[in-house]
Design a protein around this ligand. Structure first.
Ligand code: HEC
Length: 159
């Protein structure tokens, strides 16, 4: 289940990047994609779209959570908030080919937590993340892991 939810979040970000941002902002100069898109009347960045999808996915009982997180984020809200997610981000940064899975207990509730690497497949990822004033790191290279998709599914009460 976590694998499919991860695919869905990744696919929605990539579909937006491929079908909107690349044709309109990268290939043709119709409209830019920038972080302050609301004030600037531009398009949001793909990572922002992933965050909006994750926020929209939040259920009242928090039984499923999605996110795009990093140990070196641009947006400080994208830092891991649990030790297990931190450990997962470290694991996928070292070995991007393998997803990380672990059961974690938060506030007395058990969760199945999965983390999947998000690799800088394009030089534009590295250039923007290294150059961004809020970025926690400025020495990414092509092919590095910039962060990870996090999926958490509630398993039930502890005990
Ligand atoms: C034009 C600049 C820009 C480009 C290009 C870019 N990003 Fe980002 N990225 C951002 C910004 C800004 C955020 C913070 C979004 C938010 O507010 O949640 C972000 C967030 C992220 C995050 C979440 C952690 C964090 O840094 O806040 C990951 C992971 C990520 N981007 C990966 C990528 C990958 C992979 C690519 C290339 C396919 C890429 N980015 C291309 C600007 C960029």
């Amino acid at each position: 289940m976590t694998d499919s939810l991860h695919q869905l979040l990744r696919a929605s970000r990539d579909a937006y990047a491929k079908n909107v941002v690349t044709p309109l902002s990268v290939r043709r100069n119709v409209i830019a994609a920038t972080e302050n898109w609301e004030e600037a009347h531009t398009l949001p960045l793909p990572a922002q779209m992933a965050r909006y999808v994750s926020e929209g996915f939040e259920t009242d009982d928090a039984s499923v959570e999605l996110g795009l997180k990093s140990l070196w984020p641009i947006n400080a809200n994208n830092q891991p908030r649990s030790a297990v997610v931190r450990e997962g981000l470290k694991a996928v940064a070292e070995n991007p080919a393998e997803a990380f899975y672990q059961v974690e207990v938060l506030n007395g509730r058990r969760y199945y937590t999965a983390v999947y690497a998000d690799v800088a497949g394009d030089i534009s990822c590295v250039l923007c993340h290294n150059g961004h004033p809020d970025s926690a790191r400025d020495n990414f290279r092509g092919g590095d892991v910039l962060g990870g998709f996090v999926v958490r599914v509630a398993l039930g009460e502890e005990g």
